[in-house]
Design a protein around this ligand. Sequence first.
Ligand code: KG4
Ligand code: ZN
Length: 341
Amino acid sequence: MEITILGIESSCDDTSASVVRNEVLLSNVMANQDVHSKYGGVIPELASRAHQQNILPVVDMALKLAETELKDIDAIAFTRGPGLLGSLLVGTSFAKGLSIALNKPLIDVNHLQGHILSHFIKEPQKEKNHPSFPFLCLLVSGGHTQIVRVDDYLKFEIIGQTIDDAVGEAFDKCAKIMDLGYPGGPVVDKLAKEGNPKAFRFSKPRIADLNYSFSGVKTSLLYFLRDSIKEDPEFVSRNINDLCASFQHTLIEILMDKLLLAVKKTGIKEIAIAGGVSANSGLRERILSEGRSRGWNTYVPEFKFTTDNAAMIAITGYYKFKSGHTCDLDVTPVSRILDYA
Ligand code: KG4
Ligand code: ZN
């Protein structure tokens, strides 16, 4: 039986719509919001207004590119959370409106689950390996840093997570301190390529179990720069590549230390990464090289599925629909979702 899902994502500053038919991606359309860059971060009110402007053309384009009409859609999947409430409201309300107008079921999707399940998106005429269950996923985004044990498409357990900042936030704050613009992660990544990762050392946190902390390393960078600038006002511009490479290296070390511990504790050697920070070239290389030397099977997402996109919401919607999960029209968006249940 063919199942066709329309996915809608609007959790932060990207408006996206996608059509998936039986795990195969037919379209994935995205409208980014440039309006935030001059403020150095996402402004929630501007984000929700831009979503309102973008959502109709984005959905329309996703249907056209998929050569699909609304009548062929079996269900509408949308991001319920976590994210910015005003942004989530736009996607949720739009999905509800479509559901009423078309008399088609509605499926609420956890954005983080979407990031993880993006590994299962198939593309026409493309061979791709996906993780087998159980696998561990290092989920690294602007709002979250978690190690998740995945036992099935819809069975997740968070076995470790950050107690303060997310790693994407650490990248963004590092870039902000050094005046590199927003979002900082891709800029730091690019500058780090030309730098020495061992040039400077930043303190690593001591946190119990499989949990993370990233607020200390950011403060360590801040104090180090404050002291160095006193002696040389041009210190940052003179050392920008080494600073980015060393800071990025420290973040990757922190991520890997706990991932190695998670592998040791669980014995699972199927390892995936997901979320915006999984676009980082240093992290991608490190996961692949650890995998080779330790005999893991590693899964690194394609760049287009690392940052927020609706394809991951549509594929998650597909698995939920197949398992009989739909939601009622009185569903409300939630800015924080504490678990995957
Ligand atoms: O998953 P995502 O698109 O949105 C959230 O769900 O949060 O992640 C956005 C985060 C931002 O913090 C951004 O700086 C980071 O992903 N990011 C990167 C790279 N590309 C995006 N961080 C490091 N290196 C990159 N290449
Ligand atoms: Zn995300």
